[in-house]
Design a protein around this ligand. Sequence first.
Ligand code: ARG
Length: 465
Amino acid sequence: MTIPDEDKPWSGRFTRPTDEFVEQFSASVHFDQRLYASDIRGSIAHATMLAQVGVLTVEEREKIVKGLENILIDIERGDFAWLRELEDVHMNIEARLIDRIGDVGKKLHTGRSRNDQVATDVRLYLRGETDAIVAALERLVAALVDVAEREADTIMPGYTHMQPAQPVTFGHHLLAWVEMLLRDRARMLDARRRVNVMPLGSAALAGTSYPIDRRITAKLLGFDAISENSLDAVSDRDFAIEFTSACALLMMHLSRFSEELILWSSAQFGFVDIGDAFCTGSSIMPQKKNPDVPELVRGKTGRIYGNLTALLTLMKGQPLAYNRDNQEDKEPLFDTIDTVRDCLRAYADMMPHVSVRRDAMKKAAGAGYTTATDLADYLVRKGVPFRDAHAIVGRSVRHAIEVGRDLGELTLDDLRRFSDRIDNDVFQVLSLEGSVSARNHLGGTAPAQVRAAAVRARERLAAKE
Ligand code: ARG
């Protein structure tokens, strides 16, 4: 079915049909149709408000609402032909309503414009998607906290400059990711407050002369606030940019985490094994098992940065109020939503299938003189100034390298050649367990601290902190 040009909702002032390519070029229905549920919900609220203030009769409202509800059923059944000639989701649904219920359907758009309609739809949709993303993020955080608690005693090398630095517990390392993800959630929830503001009632840009009551529509649609300025409300898309920016940070974190999982699952590290269900093989090298999920998450991060840049650039230089440019907000926003939701899902699903090779971690932690700082701290406790202690330990490490041993493998006599303050109690200090459990303060890597931090992380997760 095609729509003759004179039947387009805005055809009155036109004498010539739309150029065929321009029609195709300007249509958005192929991507904005996903707003259908928000659009219908917004329209039902609008019609209900219009009836309450006496702009529509109760019967007119009933017909419109029934018609819209039936359209919703049709769409969800897959029984709705989206027409490019009708441009976008809004005009497709409105035209179908008029088709179904006749002239009364033409009253729905009273006191409203597509400009406030689309801004309302996008906000409603994004609010729901934000909640879904927050739920997915919470599932991942919960999975990470579980692994962290289980691995509170597992020792691994901590790195700076990608060189073994000091032993840490694997649980502590995982809780670092938990902290980042909890901040990401806080950013999402904060952005949501500014998403959940209702533009409806702003009409095209100046408001409307009908006696509307925006509090009624806001309440029906679950908006926490009503926009204060009609020009701003139809024009700005900063709420979408904020959301995408929070997503970009989240993806930056997931990308770094991915990089670690990729390194850790390599033959060279061998710290973790990612379950077969989350890897793929090579078509030529039979031995390969590749960490595809983290690699794809790392790769998809680029798309989100791209989407953020696209949205920022879209708004830059737009005069008030609505401009058609704003139709370009949807694809980057939708792609961001889909990508982030999928990445979080894949990660949360994968986490219980990551097995930990505790022996390999511990062996790596024992190599590379990672307890040298503990020896320096030991000397300080025995009264040696820290700078002198640093030099003494440096010489001890050089000696250990020369004789091909670890610090803890040197004899007491060996060690005493560098400082006579060293006694037999040094060996506990040089042990990996001694090193991690000595860092027993809030935010430290000691197993007891990790267990307590895991409990707190669960509480913060539940409290939406
Ligand atoms: N499809 C449009 C958008 O996404 C809807 C609003 C169009 N308004 C207009 N006056 N052309 O922004």
